[in-house]
Write a protein that binds this ligand. Sequence first.
Ligand code: ATP
Ligand code: MG
Length: 575
Amino acid sequence: MRMSKLFVQTLREFPSDAEVISHKLLVRAGYIRKLTNGIYNYMPLMWRVLKKIESIVREEMDNSGAQELLMPFVQPAELWEESGRWDVYGKELMRLKDRHSREMCLGPTHEEVITSIAREGIRSYKQLPINLYQIQSKFRDEIRPRFGLLRGREFIMKDAYSFDVDEEGLDKSYQIMADAYRRIFERCGLETKMVQSDSGAIGGSVSHEFMVLVNEESENNAGENDVFYCTKCGYSANSNHAVSLLNSVITVGKYTKSEIIDTPNTHSIDELAKFLNIPESIICKCLIYVVDGKYVAALIRGDRAVEETKLMNVFAGNDIRIARNDEIEEIMQLSGYSAIAGFIGPKGLKNVEIVADETVKDLKNFVIGCNINDKHLVGANWGVDVELPVKIADIRLVEENDKCINCGSSLKVTKGIEVGNIFKLGTKYSKKMNATFTDKDGQEKPFIMGCYGIGISRTAAAAVERHHDENGIIWPLAIAPYKVIVVPVSDQDEIQMKVAEYIYNKLLESKVEVLLDDRAERAGVKLKDADLIGIPYRITVGKTIKDNLVEFKTRAGNIIETISPDDAIAKILSI
Ligand code: ATP
Ligand code: MG
């Protein structure tokens, strides 16, 4: 392709609305154009990258025995009512009505549709196992569509669904996908870590995420996930799922007598601990949340934080947020108190479900809110002053240097971008939607399902997060839009142009994906653009051509060699 013809506009500046480097670089290098919030045009260079990722995904999925199909993007509400998700999916589900006022939605994922296909088309155990997949645009009305392709509202996903006769079969299908995913990301030039994760709104029991780790490379938390991992035994999990051993801290307070004392203006644990001159670990925090519209109080030791997904899962919820001040006021009124946040305690709360983290169980002579402003109960003990809640669960956020649940070593933390995930769904959809097959023994049984997603467009952006420098993108070879760019320094120099054309044509003949920068631009502009758009190899034809030498640049590491045009061609062909 000739650059004079290529439809691409590179910008001199980064776009002002971009926070993370992949978003900045993809816009500036002309790969994507924003249409509206969270919705992008994939320009020709981008589309080539996406097609490369897609074809790697296709090859590995096909090799693993999966079959490709394509399901509709618009789905009827009835299917979602059958699965029960019409009411719980929330605002990410883009709902619309057709001309007959029938409710529809834009597909954010396709469990319902695929289950309806299996229900119609798979009658017998003889047709199982089977894995069906598609590559398609998805729509999710994300609350914060930011970070460009990392979190769009419309984005491209590969989603696969497996159907098995039993759990054992599912284990196998799951493992086959885990192996395929490893190969896919490796071939895309991306190192990933497979970590345990929460199963979220999709449900099911076991799930893993494939994370591109981006601790040092990314700015502004492009890696939206915290991944905790153990270097000794290999345990690793998303923070929404990670567990650790209880850390040993002081859990017995200095108070020998239980009494309510003045603690003026101690709205935070930090302020309270300082005021009383005690460790935070002998305070029992009481936080009010709203889970699916219901009030929940979470008790946790003062030195630890609540992990909201874990808390939400205790109540099998779909949505969680911290309570607003007016909601706390409402609870207080109902319970006959008037305290504000910071002084709340579990005793006497009405209309609130209470759950305690494991950390509070061992507290003795501790400090806790008593629902009176500017006062706390000190020297409290479970069963004497306050009842220990019946519901006790692990709802705490793991912290770096917590001890590994498996081997006791210190956990480390890093940031990760989730590029794919795999779920064991079991019978969650097949039971609700009455999707069954006839088993060997003649019995009708629900399918045992798994689902497996890869964010195609997010993977491209994650590759940029991971591979770039101050001059631009550095595409991994396998997913680069073109492998080589040939740049004549001066388009006015006949010899330079002739040699550049020669190299270009030789490479084209050998089916190398190559760009020729034949634009009437200054050398500086052309060389900057070549770096910015991130083509892995650059062959620059300049003045040294009179000695039959060109510059051969490897974009990764910016390594420059001076060799003959034919050697440059040979070098490319050998790669
Ligand atoms: P996240 O927690 O990041 O929102 P998710 O758990 O909702 O992801 P899935 O429903 O499992 O994601 O979707 C499968 C894959 O699709 C994800 O692993 C991710 O790579 C990609 N993906 C999900 N949401 C988006 C989005 N808004 N923009 C781009 N890619 C996405
Ligand atoms: Mg999501």
